[in-house]
Design a protein around this ligand. Structure first.
Ligand code: TXA
Ligand code: MG
Length: 315
């Protein structure tokens, strides 16, 4: 892979104009969203999209999410539906990705959909992402801006630590407020939760006035966030730790004595925002094992436990 000089761009009009120009030239720019940093490229440019996979070392059968600046831009790419409209009204811009049938003339690279007839699409809420997508004025394919399988980045520095020399720029939009990837909802058939994330299943269900199905293990449409070992630090991860072993890095939740506390007041939203940053920090300490307090399995806790389960899985 050709070595690239990675520019660090500030979130100013000039910084965003530079980032958009790099995208127009087929380059790779990482940018902040409210969930995690994305590694973006022009979704219509095959070579640019191919270089995303190359920079991440990602298996190329994993399809990517397309990011747009508006509902109108989404409607140009996918077969929009009443359900999509309801959910976009309720949750866009925000951490919800909708999977819908792709329009035949959408012009999206086949490498984005990995050959599927559907497209995953979202409109991010982070103001830096919004302004950047408006400046570019086109669809941006972006997976999380990390080496495939490792912890997702929630700070510009995480991206640089992982991908410096392999991407053209990172636009520094500060820390990600949600801190976990978007919820992915399949809407091509029965509404189906493909990945838990920043918007809860219950909130989606309430907005649709319908139950939301869970994806069945082994379903053909699999989200690679569903590859069992994913979001993994270098250290082993021990879950549901109610006592600590000597030498472990201790990731707590609630009123416990530990090295990093996801939320001393046991607030799950705060815990989600801190999760990846603290996994990065504890991993950097070099402990063999990161032990994690039990996390309640409701609300945002479902997405937190999903990520922790994958971080702890056998590799
Ligand atoms: O919050 C997020 O969603 C972040 C930020 C950058 O937007 N992006 C992200 O992308 O998490 P990535 O590539 O790490 O995860 C994308 C997920 C994958 O699990 C993929 O399988 C799923 O989206 N996906 C993409 N297209 C799909 C499709 N047509 N059908 C089902 N799943 C799809
Ligand atoms: Mg990812």
């Amino acid at each position: 892979m050709a070595e690239r000089v990675t520019e660090k761009l500030d979130n100013t009009e000039a910084g965003r104009a530079r980032a958009a120009a790099i995208w127009r030239d087929g380059g790779l720019v990482a940018f902040a969203t409210e969930t995690v940093y994305g590694l973006g490229a022009d979704a219509r440019n095959d070579r640019a999209v191919a270089s995303i996979y190359e920079a991440k070392g990602r298996p190329s059968f994993n399809p990517l999410i397309v990011h747009v600046a508006s509902i109108a831009a989404a409607q140009e790419l996918v077969e929009w539906s009443e359900q999509a409209q309801k959910l976009a009204d309720a949750f866009w811009p925000g951490p919800l990705t909708l999977v819908l049938p792709i329009k035949p003339d959408a012009g999206i690279s086949k490498l984005v959909t990995a050959g599927l007839s559907t497209l995953a699409i979202r409109m991010p809420a982070n103001p830096a992402a919004q302004a950047l997508l408006q400046a570019f004025d086109g669809p941006v394919a972006a997976p999380s801006a990390n080496n495939s399988g490792q912890i997702s980045p929630t700070r510009a520095q995480h991206v640089l630590d992982d991908l410096s020399g392999r991407i053209d720029a990172v636009l520094d939009g500060g820390a990600c407020s949600v801190g976990l990837e978007s919820t992915i909802l399949g809407l091509a058939g029965t509404p189906t939760l493909l990945r838990p994330g920043g918007v809860t299943r219950d909130a989606i269900s309430a907005s649709l006035g319908l139950p939301v199905a869970l994806r069945e293990e082994g379903d053909a449409i699999s989200a690679p966030g569903q590859i069992t070992s994913h979001y993994a630090p270098r250290a082993r991860v021990r879950l549901n730790a109610s006592t600590w072993q000597p030498g472990e890095a201790r990731l707590g939740f609630g009123p416990v004595d530990c090295d990093r506390n996801l939320s001393p007041s046991a607030d799950l939203t705060e815990a989600a925002a801190n999760l990846f940053e603290y996994l990065h920090q504890l991993d950097a300490l070099g402990a063999g094992t990161i032990a994690v307090s039990p996390i309640p399995d409701h609300g945002m806790g479902i997405a937190i436990n999903d990520r922790l389960g994958r971080a702890a899985a056998d590799r």
